[in-house]
Ligand binder design. Structure first.
Ligand code: ATP
Ligand code: SF4
Ligand code: MG
Length: 320
C-alpha cells in the first residue's frame, strides 16, 4: 500500500505568555492510499493543532520539530509557493462549517467557475464533474444554481465533499466536519467520504472527531490522542473489540455505558481532567487518571510499541 502521509515525531507547541503549551508532542503516524484514519481524543488533546499544522504552522503555533512527508515532500518545510500549489489540489480540507468557506454572495456554480479559474482548470469540465459527483452524494444538480444559504447544513457539507474531490486529492483533511449535524446526516456524510475514497476519487482521508462511535463505522484505522501524544493506533474493528491502552478502554466503555453520542458528552465519562499541556506530568501523561498506573508510569514515558497489530504507548503492554 502506498504511503500518502508519514508524520514523524511532530512537535507543535503554542507560545503563550512566556510559556510553551505542548499541544502536539512527538506524534507519529501514517496514512496509506485508500485509507481513512480517524483521530479521536478528549477536548484539548491536540487533534486540531495536529491537523492545522499540516496545512500551516502559524503563530501562536510554533514548529518545534518533526516531519510530515506528503507524497515524499515535507509539509513542515515547504516553501510558501510549494504549499500554495499543494493546498486545495492534492491536499484538501473540509471546513467544520462549509458556509464559512462558501462565499454567501455566489451561487455554487459561480463559486465553481472561480474555483476552476484559481486552479487553472476548465470551467465546463469542473461543472460537468460537479454535476456527476452531486448525484453520487444524492444531491440534485439544481444545487448548482443555489446560494449556500439556501442549503441545509448536511447539503452544504456534501457540496463541500464534492468540491474537495474535484481535483482528485491524494489526502482530505476534516476536523469535526459533522459535529453540527444530526446523527443520521452525520453518518450519511461519513459514508459519502468512505465511498469517494473507495472509488479512488479521494486518495485517503484524515478525519478528526469526538465521536468514536461514528468514526468507527467508516474509518479503517483509529488513532487515539491523549494530552498531545498518541495513546494507541489500531484498525477500527480491533480498537473497538480489544482496546489495549487503558485510556482507549475507558473511552470506549464510557460510551457504551452512557449510550450517548460522544459529541454530546464531549468524552466526559472519564473521571478527572487531562493535564495542563504547559506543564505536563513526567512519565505517562495519563498516569494521574490511570487506575493501573505503577511506579514507572510516573517517571518514564512509555514509548509506542507494536502489540498484536496495535501501536500502543503503555508500560503494561509489550514490556516485561
Ligand atoms: P477539541 O476537541 O476541543 O477541538 P483538540 O483536541 O482539537 O480539542 P487543540 O485545539 O489542538 O485540541 O488544543 C490542544 C492544546 O493546545 C490545548 O491545551 C489548547 O488549550 C491549546 N491551544 C489550542 N489553540 C491554542 C492557541 N491559539 N493558543 C494557545 N494554546 C492553544
Ligand atoms: Fe496507565 Fe501506566 Fe499505561 Fe500510562 S503507562 S496508561 S499510567 S498503565
Ligand atoms: Mg479541535
Amino acid at each position: 500500500m502506498n504511503t500518502i502521509l508519514q508524520v514523524r515525531d511532530a512537535r507543535i507547541y503554542y507560545a503563550v505568555k512566556g510559556t510553551e503549551v505542548k499541544a502536539v508532542d512527538g506524534v507519529s503516524f501514517e496514512v496509506h492510499e485508500g485509507e481513512i484514519l480517524g483521530i479521536v481524543g478528549e477536548s484539548g488533546s491536540g487533534k486540531s493543532t495536529l491537523l492545522n499544522s499540516l496545512v500551516n504552522v502559524r503563530p501562536p503555533m510554533k514548529y518545534i520539530g518533526g516531519d510530515a512527508l506528503f507524497d515524499g515532500k515535507n509539509l513542515y518545510r515547504m516553501s510558501k509557493e510549494e504549499k500554495k500549489s499543494v493546498l486545495g489540489t492534492r491536499l484538501t480540507i473540509i471546513p467544520q462549517y462549509a458556509l464559512d468557506a462558501l462565499p454567501p454572495v455566489f451561487r455554487i456554480k459561480q463559486y465553481l467557475a472561480d474555483f476552476a479559474k484559481t486552479h487553472g482548470l476548465s470551467e465546463s469540465e469542473i461543472i460537468k464533474l460537479a454535476r456527476e459527483r452531486l448525484k453520487e452524494v444524492s444531491l440534485s444538480e439544481k444545487v448548482l444554481d443555489m446560494y449556500p444559504i439556501e442549503l441545509s447544513g448536511g447539503m452544504r457539507q456534501r457540496v463541500a465533499i464534492v468540491i474537495a474531490s474535484l481535483t482528485s486529492p491524494r489526502l482530505l483533511l476534516g476536523d469535526e466536519i459533522t459535529s453540527a449535524l444530526d446523527v443520521v446526516t452525520q453518518k450519511g456524510i461519513m459514508l459519502n467520504i468512505r465511498r469517494f475514497v473507495d472509488e479512488g476519487l479521494i486518495g485517503s482521508a484524515v478525519l478528526v472527531t469526538h465521536d468514536i462511535s461514528l468514526i468507527y463505522q467508516v474509518a479503517d484505522t483509529i488513532m487515539v490522542m491523549y494530552a498531545g501524544k498518541v495513546a494507541e493506533i489500531a484498525p477500527a474493528e480491533e480498537i473497538a473489540k480489544k482496546p489495549l491502552h487503558p485510556y482507549t478502554n475507558m473511552l470506549i466503555s464510557s460510551l457504551t455505558k452512557l449510550g450517548v453520542k460522544a459529541s454530546q458528552q464531549r468524552l466526559s465519562g472519564i473521571k478527572g481532567l487531562p493535564p495542563s499541556l504547559a506543564n505536563p506530568p513526567p512519565g505517562c501523561r495519563f498516569a494521574p487518571r490511570c487506575p493501573y498506573a505503577v511506579g514507572r508510569c510516573k517517571s518514564e514515558e512509555p514509548p509506542a510499541k507494536n502489540v498484536d497489530g496495535h501501536l500502543v504507548a503503555c508500560w503494561l503492554r509489550g514490556w516485561d
